[in-house]
Design a protein around this ligand. Structure first.
Ligand SMILES: [Zn+2]
Ligand SMILES: [Zn+2]
Length: 306
């Protein structure tokens, strides 16, 4: 029984991790070929907007007149810096207009020359398709979103690495239907149908199963981390900005990435004077903010243990 449940997990994760990603790559490549663009061109054309999907609270050197353009503003952080690291070369040449005093990672960084669609994970593919591929609208867009939803359902099983027979037959139907629908859009229905069939009959491979389980667990942790940053740290950064507008330039230079950045924020804060005018949340002294951030730092560290 347990072995069967393990096999169910293996088959479902194979379909999502391999073929879910495969059809999203097909969709992106289909669009790029129609527009006669390489992936590197595509990333460079959208560099500024992709950058702000991660660093969404402050302007960069590409923002007109130092102001974050409305169209580049996202209320939530969509991408994590480690995803920008897949796309951009932070040590290479920067785009025209870069301010070399800026310490923000990936500001004006161009696409990595080694970038191929094989480097992209399923979350990153979804993000690029939804935000930057004009043809990804209507029914296709819904298919992409549904595929991600089914992948997220699988996250719920990834800790144990097992799926019951009832859940398996339901998932199989849903996931295969959405994958075939995307494949059809790219005129690759036949080949993908064959691959889905192969995935249902090939023998259980424990090594691959563990590898996919780890992939799903890592995605889940990565997404939880991004959500935590959205919910907590960036909120705190807003509070900090409210306390003293002049400090926002310092905050801009902080890498807004996970735990380390809280130390950096604290460093900036402790360098500032006490008793600044209160922000909208009525935090009136720097010591209050220090306490808030210390508490936050503890919470993030606690959660990162899980
Ligand atoms: Zn900008
Ligand atoms: Zn820059």
């Amino acid at each position: 029984m347990t072995q069967k449940q393990r096999e169910n997990f293996y088959r479902t994760s194979t379909v999502i991790v391999e073929h879910g990603k495969e059809v999203l790559v097909l969709l992106l490549e289909d669009d790029l070929s129609k527009r006669n663009l390489t992936l590197i061109d595509f990333v460079n054309i959208n560099q500024h907007a992709i950058f702000h999907l991660c660093y969404n609270k402050h302007s960069c050197c590409q923002c007109t007149g130092g102001t974050l353009a409305r169209r580049n503003t996202f209320s939530q952080r969509v991408l994590h810096p480690c995803q920008l690291d897949i796309l951009f070369d932070k040590t290479g040449q920067t785009m025209t207009g870069h301010n070399f005093n800026s310490r923000v990672q990936f500001c004006c960084s161009a696409a990595k020359q080694s970038l191929t669609t094989a480097c992209l994970d399923i979350t990153l593919l979804r993000c690029l398709l939804i935000n930057f591929v004009p043809s990804c609208t209507g029914a296709v867009r819904k298919d992409v979103e549904d595929l991600i939803m089914y992948r997220n359902n699988l996250h719920g099983h990834s800790q144990e690495g097992k799926i019951s027979d009832t859940d398996y037959s339901g998932y199989k139907k849903q996931i295969e239907s959405v994958i075939l629908s995307i494949a059809k859009h790219c005129n690759k229905e036949q080949i993908i149908r064959q691959r889905l069939h192969d995935a249902t009959v090939r023998p259980l491979d424990e090594t691959i199963s563990i590898q996919y389980q780890n992939t799903l667990l890592a995605e889940m942790r990565g997404e939880r981390k991004t959500e935590e940053i959205n919910g907590k740290l960036l909120l705190n950064c807003d509070e900090v900005t409210n306390v003293n507008d002049n400090m926002s330039n310092n905050i801009l230079n902080v890498d807004l990435d996970c735990e380390v950045s809280i130390d950096e924020v604290l460093k900036v804060l402790t360098q500032a004077k006490n008793g600044k005018a209160p922000g909208i949340d009525l935090i009136s002294t720097i010591n209050n903010i220090h306490d808030v951030l210390e508490q936050q730092k503890k919470t993030v560290k606690e959660r990162s243990k899980y």
